[in-house]
Design a protein around this ligand. Structure first.
Ligand code: NDP
Length: 281
């Protein structure tokens, strides 16, 4: 059965929208999300457009700042510091990846932790790992909401996360661990990967390769979360990291691509922006 990320994202955003209406009454203005896009990467442009659309849908003020590919690191850092200082901006996000001549880590560190709606700033990362208040990264946060919404039992279950990036794999593993799952983090050097993955009650695949995980990766009845967003090299269609046609018949629950993790990631971005706004009062 599919986990309907789209429906849960809609409900999550409706909930945010209701709170935004209260904010306007109580504090005199709606939260304001500023998104910076450097360069013209087509996928990034699509993501930024969707984020702006979602922000407007929930009633936020939304600003998209487009900077040319040739923007220097100093210019980008100056723009971030202007947004950090602007008391009427509540959330700041730089669409990743940035052009190669810009140091991504410096960009992430430059965004004020209180406005870091992506949850990538080192102090938010530390907050997650040390169980202190933090802004949670949107993709794993959205996945946890989908698991909860579908009443997936986590305590004592075996979870395997394939992928160990700072933005998906690692925080995902930590969130599952905090819910008392027994977590294995697999990666490109993992030996006998299908065998390791097939132990999982909950399998999260965040690798970035079209249809990477087939039915040999999946224990019958497992819950399968497909984080991947890839273009099928033959058809150009959007596909996940999981071979949906092979895996859906044996998984108890699976997130489709599109319509699974992606919409929930964006809904959590809206939630994070609202939280950053409310934390000011
Ligand atoms: P990264 O490229 O940063 O990380 C990929 C991870 O996959 C690495 O840890 C890498 O291992 C591992 N990996 C690569 N090849 C293999 C292999 N052959 N066997 C096992 N592990 C492998 O990607 P991200 O984490 O940023 O993203 C992963 C996917 O999720 C992408 O498709 C991305 O587009 C998508 N994504 C989707 C989001 C959404 O909203 N739905 C949000 C963010 C990302 P190693 O560390 O050893 O190199």
């Amino acid at each position: 059965m599919n986990i309907d990320g789209k429906a849960l994202a809609k409900a999550t955003k409706e909930n945010v929208a209701a709170k935004v209406r209260e904010c306007v009454e109580k504090y005199g203005r709606a939260p304001h999300l500023a998104v910076i896009l450097v360069g013209e990467d087509p996928a990034s442009q699509t993501y930024v457009r969707s984020k702006g659309k979602d922000a407007e849908q929930v009633g936020f003020r939304s600003t998209t700042i487009r900077m040319p590919e040739s923007t220097s690191e100093e210019e980008l850092l100056a723009e971030i510091s202007r947004l950090n200082a602007d008391t009427e901006v509540d959330g700041v996000l730089v669409q990743l990846p940035v052009p190669r001549h810009i140091d991504e880590n410096r960009v992430i560190e430059a965004i004020s932790a209180e406005k870091d709606v992506d949850g990538f700033h080192p102090s938010n990362v530390a907050g997650l790992w040390q169980k202190r208040p933090h802004v949670a990264p949107c993709t794993p946060k959205g996945i946890m909401k989908m698991l909860d919404d579908n009443n997936v039992e986590l305590e004592g279950k075996k979870a395997v996360v394939i992928g160990r990036s700072n933005i998906v794999g690692l925080p995902m593993a930590k969130m599952l661990l905090d819910r008392n799952a027994t977590v294995t983090i697999a990666h490109s050097r993992t030996k006998n990967l299908p065998e390791v993955a097939a132990q999982a009650d909950i399998l999260v695949v965040a690798v970035g390769r079209p249809r990477f995980a087939g039915k040999d990766f999946v224990k019958p009845g497992a819950v399968v979360i497909d984080v991947g967003i890839n273009r099928d090299p033959e058809t150009g269609k959007l596909v996940g990291d999981v071979d949906y046609d092979e895996v859906a018949p044996i998984a108890s629950l699976i997130t489709p691509v599109p319509g699974g993790v992606g919409p929930m990631t964006r809904a959590c971005l809206m939630e994070n922006t609202l939280e950053c706004f409310l934390a000011k009062f």
